[in-house]
Write a protein that binds this ligand. Sequence first.
Ligand code: NAD
Length: 367
Amino acid sequence: MRTVLVTGGAGFVGSGFVALALSSRPDWRVVVLDALTYAGNLENLEGLDARFADRYRFVRGDVADGAAVGRLFAEEAPSAVVHFAAESHVDRSLLGPLDFVRTNVLGTATLLEAARGAWAPGGGRFLQVSTDEVYGALGETGRFTEETPLAPSSPYSASKAAADQLVLAYHRTFGLDTVVTRCCNNYGPRQFPEKLIPFLIARFVDGQTLPVYGKGENVRDWIHVDDHSRGVLLALEGGRAGQVYNLGARCERRNLDLVRGLARELASAAGGDPDRALSRVVFVKDRPGHDWRYALDPSKAERELGFRPEVPFDAGLRATVRWYLDHEPWWRRVQTGEYREFVRRTYEDAGAGGAPPAAAPRGRVGV
Ligand SMILES: NC(=O)c1ccc[n+]([C@@H]2O[C@H](COP(=O)([O-])OP(=O)(O)OC[C@H]3O[C@@H](n4cnc5c(N)ncnc54)[C@H](O)[C@@H]3O)[C@@H](O)[C@H]2O)c1
């Protein structure tokens, strides 16, 4: 039995990875370390306790807390770390960059130090889950490869780039077995409703307009969250130490086309008129430093890891719309802050401290 420490496992991507790892790797014990910030939702991990009782443990803790991380390494002796935990929302990084530096940079360094202290050579692998945003923006043509120089635009992407560099430096300097994956924009179930797709679905259901930054010409490269998880698993098991792997599905969409497609899907799923749905798309002032275009070249992961995204975009988007429409209570509880109740009862009322509850911000566009 190997123990894998997954940080940020209560978030959107991490929770899917935890479920995939437990169900597909019967000889793994998965320990989740998550601070349960506003973005962490224990409902995302519901049922795992019962299904995988002796192979699953949830620990509430901060990746930047060296003492807590050290204790966990001593207790669990993990032979791999899959590091998802991050402050992940670009718009929030414009409002409060220091939280991003603390969690994304200091938190990664803290985990690397614990791994360096705990692992003899070959004793473990550290996988850093990163983003295509570290490469900055593209013009009309070209794709990011793993050799593209890092040129992050936002405090979020700058903090992820700094973390990636630390992870690679720990390999070069200390010989730590590290791998970095960089993925494009994810969509799918359980995404926090401040992010573009769930944000727009919630507004649609509430009869509101569907705002798009600028003229909606910005291009994003999309991948289903389950394909991201599969790519991370492949890189963990088959990636070469010290390497970076881009994970993408070769699926570029202009924001405006994405929003229009979403409006049409919503109208058809909810039995409404597609033209009326399209008339709700409105343009709002662009945000500062809004990257023009992202497009990832995933050839290396395809070639070396056998990475093949399985979810076609249109089918994935349709299923995602269906999931949010069928799980309205899930995102309503996030909007109202009720999803924090369990955290309050379990941790804060028990005197364990922790961050104050925070409901989802409303009225931001976020992609
Ligand atoms: N969502 C995407 O489109 C996408 C794309 C590429 C890469 N990524 C990367 O994947 C990772 C996960 O993204 P996500 O969308 O699931 O984010 P998320 O915001 O949904 O989840 C982040 C999780 O990390 C936890 N966390 C935050 N600060 C912490 C701390 N100090 N200590 C411990 N836990 C902490 C939160 O409680 C939450 O559960 C991030 O590293 C992100 O950069 C995401």
